[in-house]
Design a protein around this ligand. Structure first.
Ligand SMILES: Nc1ncnc2c1ncn2[C@@H]1O[C@H](COP(=O)(O)OP(=O)(O)OP(=O)(O)O)[C@@H](O)[C@H]1O
Ligand SMILES: [Mg+2]
Length: 249
């Protein structure tokens, strides 16, 4: 049997490599449906021809469930940014190009971005009824689009192979909908984790997508509220600041 190399450990999952296979093993308390759902979304995206690692299966593992996929040789875009921060602009441009390329695909089996956000916001107990109302009105005012949205397109979810070609990981949050929402999520993740390059990302995205920054900004309180459902204490302050824009005055 090939050696197990642990790549990532979180409270609810471990990602490891075993030869040519990557295994994402979830803890026993992690809902079985979430694991199967991630595999389903991944398979739908793969079936539409997007560059993703082939999903190989879902199986019981370590008392819980694990999904396995093919191992892709290369470096993540995050590893490249960390190794050469002076080239951040070039790598951010690559990220934006990939995001725009992904958005050209249509995966009709996926849930719509607007519905997913609406459902998440409806479950929130942290915000008052008036703010919730304002956020839901904002969602209803958004156009219906059907672009493939990754839902967590950050540099650590992109692998660049030696020949420069790319492959995107981690499709659990993918939806069919609005590119502006997807950009707002990426911008939020940068603002939380790599604030120095967040604005650079947003400017680049809007320029390349020919999209008004104001349109992405309209999505910001919505994606921040949806992110609040994950209850990460370290994120709370920034999320509340973003949400406050939509508060009833
Ligand atoms: N198929 C793959 N081939 C090569 N490396 C992979 C593959 N899948 C994951 N990895 C490596 O493992 C790391 C973590 O995997 P993954 O992105 O799936 O989990 P995660 O980052 O913990 O999840 P999330 O992004 O949802 O928080 C990636 O950043 C990448 O370096
Ligand atoms: Mg990841």
């Amino acid at each position: 049997m090939a050696n197990r190399e642990i790549l990532e450990e979180k409270s609810y999952k471990t990602v490891y490599r075993e030869g040519n296979t990557i295994v994402k093993e979830f803890t026993p308390s992690h809902p079985k449906a979430n694991v199967f759902n991630e595999a389903y979304i991944h398979a739908c995206v793969e079936g539409c021809g997007v560059s993703v690692p082939k999903i190989l299966g879902v199986a019981p593992s370590g008392g819980g469930w694990a999904l396995s996929m093919e191992y892709v040789e290369g470096r993540t875009l995050q590893q490249m940014i960390d190794a050469e921060p002076e080239k951040a602009a070039e790598y951010l441009e690559k990220l934006v190009d990939i995001q725009l390329e992904v958005g050209k695909y249509r995966v009709p089996q996926l849930r719509n971005t607007r519905y997913k956000m609406e459902e998440a916001i409806n479950t929130l107990t942290e915000i008052d009824a008036s703010t919730k109302y304002e956020l839901l009105q904002r969602i209803h005012g958004m156009k219906r689009h059907t672009k493939l949205c990754h839902g967590d397109l950050v540099p650590s979810n992109i692998i660049i192979r030696e020949d420069g070609s790319w492959i995107v990981l981690d499709w659990a949050h993918a939806t069919s909908g609005n590119a502006g929402a997807d950009a707002a999520i990426t911008y939020l993740r940068f603002s939380l984790e790599q604030p120095k390059i967040a604005d650079q990302y947003l400017r680049l995205f809007c320029k390349k997508a020919d999209m008004a920054i104001q349109y992405v900004q309209t999505w910001m309180p919505i994606v921040a509220a949806a992110q609040l459902t994950k209850h990460k204490e370290a994120e709370r302050e920034l999320l509340e600041k973003w949400i406050s824009v939509a508060e009833y005055q």
